[in-house]
Write a protein that binds this ligand. Structure first.
Ligand code: SF4
Ligand code: SF4
Length: 435
């Protein structure tokens, strides 16, 4: 897939996956016993330092939960999840995840009656579509649509952009919806335009899907097949900025994935919430298969379906190979934004090294943000994060992960960048909260 540079003079090229006629239909996987829903406490900063109390969601252990019911920390929580199954809450706990983020985990024992025990909250309001009821009931849909962006009076939204492309390599989730569900996308686009009052809807697709995308009712624009051209930040810079100079900044644009738009349209059309996530599963032997799985299903259920075993030292990557995060347990659940799951045998894992930067410049050549990554990494390795931000454009990084991929010294540049950004943002939030 990679074309290496010739004598280091040419930028290496990575191509996105292309969905074609030979693409097998998704395998439908059922949850066996339990689902787990992870609620990010950082969405409500007042809960970040709440210790044990932060685990107190509205529901408690022993409560019955219906399919489609909201699982939230507080009555007016901006962040919530929707239970994809009915059952009984068997455990609520808190844990510290990647970058020290606090989460509340809610485990639900599935009762096998999910199609009968359905929460009626959304059905009661779906006849009168509005931004308010979309925000109240649909944020936990697959693709995790964000409606809060429409409530920011300082940054009025001028365009709705639907991503019919997949941001990371190997994933084909959004392409699948464009290729197979274009009418559902049209329904979702029409609804979003209606409830927001915004008529400017743009559908971004890879070139091979341009024709089918024409039936969406949205303005169609294409991106090329070279990574990371489908990154939202680059779409904004290269595709949207050309038609509207003001679109150069993120304000003014609401992004939705094609999967989320389909789910929004289906929800208002039927009164039912569709809570299955379409994920590309890549097994140790490199085979790829699309799977449709209820949100919250533990990875172990997917591994079982494909007779895949996770041994000591094997790695699970949630997300694509460039931007994904590693977890080492099959207990982790499928989340509303999980597009790809990659299983790597421990023998396939390229160990990171402690070799110093050799100044080869590969990272600089590939960086789409034009950052002098070879200089940036020196500050980051020394823990000089403020200098990295002030002198080396740390916050211009769009987090594509390309620099880590090409690094001759196998330095985890991308991970250094994420840690530095997270540390500075946490310091800023703490200062603001103290003030
Ligand atoms: S992760 Fe950031 S620094 Fe690295 S190549 Fe991408 S944009 Fe550049
Ligand atoms: S960080 Fe890695 S890719 Fe960049 S100049 Fe140094 S050795 Fe080369």
């Amino acid at each position: 897939m990679i074309k290496r540079s010739f004598f280091g003079l040419v930028k290496p090229k990575l191509q996105y996956e292309i969905i074609d006629e030979a693409q097998a239909e998704p395998v439908s996987i059922k949850t066996s016993k339990q689902i787990m829903l992870y609620i990010d406490q950082s969405v409500d900063p007042s809960l970040e330092n709440a210790g044990e109390n932060a685990g107190n969601v509205l529901l408690k252990t022993g409560d019955q939960v219906k399919t489609g019911q909201k699982i939230a920390m507080t009555d007016d929580a901006a962040d919530y999840l929707l239970s994809s199954q009915s059952g009984q809450i068997s455990k609520i706990s808190t844990f510290v995840g990647i970058m020290g983020k606090n989460y509340t985990s809610v485990t639900i024992d599935v009762d096998g009656e999910s199609s009968q025990n359905v929460d009626e909250g959304f059905k009661n309001v779906c006849q009168a579509p509005s931004l308010e009821n979309a925000r109240e009931f649909l944020t936990g849909l697959p693709g995790q649509p964000d409606f809060n962006v429409f409530f920011d009076s300082e940054k009025p939204v001028k365009a709705i952009v639907v991503l019919g492309v997949d941001d990371d390599l190997l994933s084909t989730t959004n392409q699948y919806f464009v290729k197979n569900n274009i009418i559902a996308i049209k329904t979702g686009v029409d609804l979003l335009c209606k409830i927001t009052g915004i008529s400017n809807a743009i559908l971004i697709v890879p070139q091979h899907l341009e024709q089918v995308a024409g039936s969406s009712g949205a303005v169609v624009k294409t991106v090329d097949s070279e990574y990371p051209s489908a990154h939202p930040e680059l779409i904004m810079r290269h595709i949207l900025a050309s038609e509207d100079g003001e679109s150069k900044s993120k304000s003014g644009i609401a992004f939705f994935s094609a999967e989320a738009v389909c789910a929004i349209g289906a929800a208002y059309n039927t009164g039912k919430l569709f809570l299955e996530k379409l994920v590309t599963f890549v097994s140790k032997d490199g085979n790829k298969q699309l799977v449709s799985v209820p949100i919250g299903t533990p990875l172990q259920d997917i591994l079982n379906e494909f007779n895949e075993t996770l041994n000591d030292g094997d790695r699970v990557i949630l997300g694509g190979p460039m931007q994904g995060i590693s977890v080492f347990s099959a207990d982790y659940p499928v989340l509303p934004d999980t597009d790809t799951i990659i299983i790597q045998d421990k023998n396939q894992i390229t160990e990171r090294s402690d070799i110093a930067c050799i100044n080869c410049g590969e990272c600089v050549r590939v960086c789409p943000a034009n950052i002098q990554v070879n200089q940036l990494i020196r500050f980051l390795e020394a823990g000089q994060y403020e200098e990295a931000a002030d002198q080396n454009d740390l916050f211009s990084c769009i987090e594509c992960g390309f620099c880590s991929y090409v690094c001759e010294s196998r330095i985890p540049v991308f991970q250094h960048i994420k840690l530095a950004k997270h540390t500075l943002e946490s310091m800023k939030a703490a200062e603001e909260s103290n003030a």
